[in-house]
Design a protein around this ligand. Structure first.
Ligand code: HEM
Length: 421
């Protein structure tokens, strides 16, 4: 199951959950952790603390086997182990060989995140200028309007699902605008991305199906921009020069795929987790109303505490590190969220402190693959939360037991009913 409750009002997630066989209970989190276990999804913090004390680089045989580092310094070191720890397959569960596509044709499905240097360097360089504060100025104005429009749609009702009706609606529209694709396809984009990163994680055929849908969609968009250039990111990538020519179609298709996939679940999860926190912690919610100067540190602290993204590496060779040996091909989960809770690095790491001053969190990763969209993500989070709090300063969970959390690759609430006055 990818959700914490057996019964939920998310029919797609429910159908997928029902099709996944029951798993044995976890015997010991340090040797048998289960990234889809209901308790772990709801509260991974307790499991990480136990691992850090007893076995800071834990292992499981579940889902093809993986290692889970939990200490900040280990994550820092491992992120620098390039190319020994390769990014070619960064999803936490590998697809079976028969469903893997790409390397044999030279086609990289989602560079730079699925690439090692040197391909990672030049694909990343092509993206970065479009995600500077100046590069996202048009999206900032758009996001402000969008957040107000979404709230206009439910504020009179006195209640809404803050995940479905709000958090989930923002990132797909923003990234659709940036890419220059049809924003009325937002429901499709959400379905596709959940198919790849959430519901398809344990269902390889589902994941491969949505991977192909996204690829075919962008293949058509790229062909269109080659013929009819527009003022959008797809056109800009088509016109980016590399080694005396333009970026090849397959590279641009992969990069667009990455923007859609990296841009949606992640930010939606961060906004949703922050709203869950504010709905369930009255003091923090009221403090933000009384002390608006806290917004900068508050957004960073909510990013630290509820960091959503775990990416993976595969050992390209046998590697010794920290008393363990990763065998060639082993999967290592880059537990950036766990590093953010390491008490050796963060004072009172288990507490959300909205005014935390020293906060070198790693929610956006570390090193060469550090999030290329972090300016956009921070902007979306800040605008979404500030606009919500301006319009709905008092709100609370209407049914705490109805809240469901997705996890594995990207952790965040998927059902989040709230009421407000
Ligand atoms: C709160 C929201 C987000 C979080 C927490 C997040 C987190 C991350 C993390 C942890 C990585 C590192 C991956 C690794 O080490 O393998 C990453 C990479 C990346 N992210 Fe984000 N991300 C967010 C939003 C976005 C957005 C909105 C975009 C753009 C649309 C984006 C684009 C990327 C790209 C292109 C990479 C790959 C960079 C590279 O491999 O060089 N992300 N992100």
């Amino acid at each position: 199951m990818t959700e914490t409750t057996e019964t939920h009002s998310d029919p797609v997630a429910a159908a997928v959950a029902a099709s996944i066989p029951e798993r044995c209970p976890v015997s010991d989190v340090t040797t048998d952790y289960d990234m889809f276990d209901a308790d772990y999804l709801r509260d991974p913090f307790t499991a990480w603390a136990e691992m850090r004390d007893r076995c800071p680089i834990a292992h499981t045989d579940r889902y093809g086997g993986s290692w889970l580092p939990t200490k900040y310094d280990d994550l820092q070191a491992m992120a620098k182990m390039v190319p020994e720890l390769s990014s070619k397959s960064p999803i936490v569960i590998d697809l079976p060989e028969a469903l893997v596509k790409g390397d044999s044709t030279g086609y990289n499905a989602a560079a730079p995140i699925t690439a090692d240097p040197p391909e990672q360097n030049w694909t990343r360089r092509a993206l970065l200028p479009h995600f500077t504060p100046k590069g996202i100025a048009a999206e900032t104005e758009y996001t402000k309007r969008l957040c107000h429009e979404l709230i206009d749609g439910f504020i009179e009702n006195g209640s809404c699902d803050a995940a479905v009706d709000y958090a989930q609606q923002i990132p797909p529209r923003v990234i659709a605008k940036k890419l220059g694709v049809d924003a009325s396809m937002v429901d499709d984009f959400i379905e596709w991305v959940r198919g790849v990163l959430e519901l398809g994680l344990q269902q390889p055929e589902l994941r491969a199906k949505y991977r192909d849908i996204i690829r075919d969609f962008f293949a058509a968009e790229v062909a269109d921009r080659r013929a009819n250039p527009k003022d959008d990111l797809i056109t800009a990538l088509c016109e980016t020069e590399h080694e005396g020519g333009f970026l090849p179609d397959e590279v641009v298709i992969g990069m667009c795929n990455l923007q859609l996939v990296a841009g949606i679940d992640t930010t939606w999860s961060s906004i949703g987790s922050a709203l869950w926190h504010l709905a369930s912690h009255d003091d923090d919610r009221r403090r933000l109303v009384d002390e608006p100067d806290l917004w900068n540190t508050a957004v960073e602290e909510l990013l630290r505490f509820y960091a959503p993204v775990t990416m993976a590496r595969n050992a390209a060779e046998d590697v010794q590190y920290g008393g363990v040996e990763f065998k060639k091909g082993d999967k290592i989960l880059m537990n950036f969220p766990g590093a953010n809770h390491d008490p050796d690095h963060f004072e009172d790491a288990h507490e959300v402190q909205l005014d935390r001053q020293r906060n070198r969190h790693v929610a956006f990763g570390i090193g060469i693959h550090r999030c290329a969209g972090s300016n956009l993500a921070r902007m979306e989070m800040e605008v979404a939360l500030k606009t919500w709090m301006e319009r709905i300063p008092e709100f609370t969970l209407s049914d705490p037991d109805a809240v469901t959390w997705a996890g594995g690759q990207v952790r965040g609430p998927r059902i989040l009913p709230v009421t407000f006055s």
